[in-house]
Design a protein around this ligand. Structure first.
Ligand SMILES: CC(C)(COP(=O)(O)OP(=O)(O)OC[C@H]1O[C@@H](n2cnc3c(N)ncnc32)[C@H](O)[C@@H]1OP(=O)(O)O)[C@@H](O)C(=O)NCCC(=O)NCCS
Length: 166
């Protein structure tokens, strides 16, 4: 579906009430989707976890998660509902997470992505992530390797800059 100019999109912290919508996207997006309980535990019990959703009207159209470990931000997942893809939502979610991470004192971001997931890799490269190695047989469902990517968060991107990524 095409986003209209009048469509209001906004980014929020993920709440427990968002999780059913998040799970719909998760099931459309991943071969081994996280359970409802996994998300609940993440947002209610894991102090190093930060989850954001992109809302459109009453609907969750995308989400992103990160763990902060010392000064590193580890992206745990990012996904956009299939009907809303390729309209910049994934980019906005990653930029919003970079900003949150920077504000939390994070200066380096990292993630793992399937070596076959060229679409996500293109998105990450566009946002400054660079290839940094391979984790062999990282994905248990099919034994696929993970590409490890890293990005530095540079002050000039965030200081004196009010762009929220929205
Ligand atoms: C990866 C994903 C989050 C991208 O979300 P999105 O909202 O469609 O991304 P954007 O519209 O912001 O795309 C930004 C850039 O990413 C790349 N990209 C995104 N979708 C692409 C596609 N289908 N084919 C090629 N490149 C693509 C392009 O470089 C694109 O820029 P462009 O549109 O100017 O060419 C989405 O495809 C998704 O949910 N995929 C399934 C879950 C997944 O693979 N998550 C990553 C796990 S590591």
């Amino acid at each position: 579906m095409k986003l209209e100019d009048t469509d209001q999109l906004w980014i929020d912290k993920m709440n427990v009430s968002d999780i059913p919508g998040v799970q719909v996207i998760e099931r459309h997006s991943f071969t081994t989707p996280w359970s409802m309980q996994a998300f609940i535990t993440e947002i209610t019990e894991n102090d190093c976890a930060h989850y954001l959703v992109m809302r459109r009207v009453e609907q969750v159209v995308g989400y992103i998660g990160m763990w902060v470990i010392v000064d590193e931000g580890h992206i745990t997942n990012v996904a956009v509902h299939p009907v809303w893809r390729r309209q910049g939502i994934g980019t906005k979610l990653l930029k919003a997470m970079d900003r949150l991470a920077y504000e939390l004192g994070v200066r380096k971001m990292t993630l793992e992505v399937r070596v076959s997931n060229h679409k996500a890799q293109a998105l990450y490269r566009k946002l400054g992530y660079r290839d940094a190695g391979i984790r062999p047989k990282y994905y248990l469902d099919n034994g696929e390797d993970a590409l490890i990517m890293w990005k530095e968060l540079k002050p000039d991107e965030f200081e004196n800059n009010t762009d929220t990524g929205n």
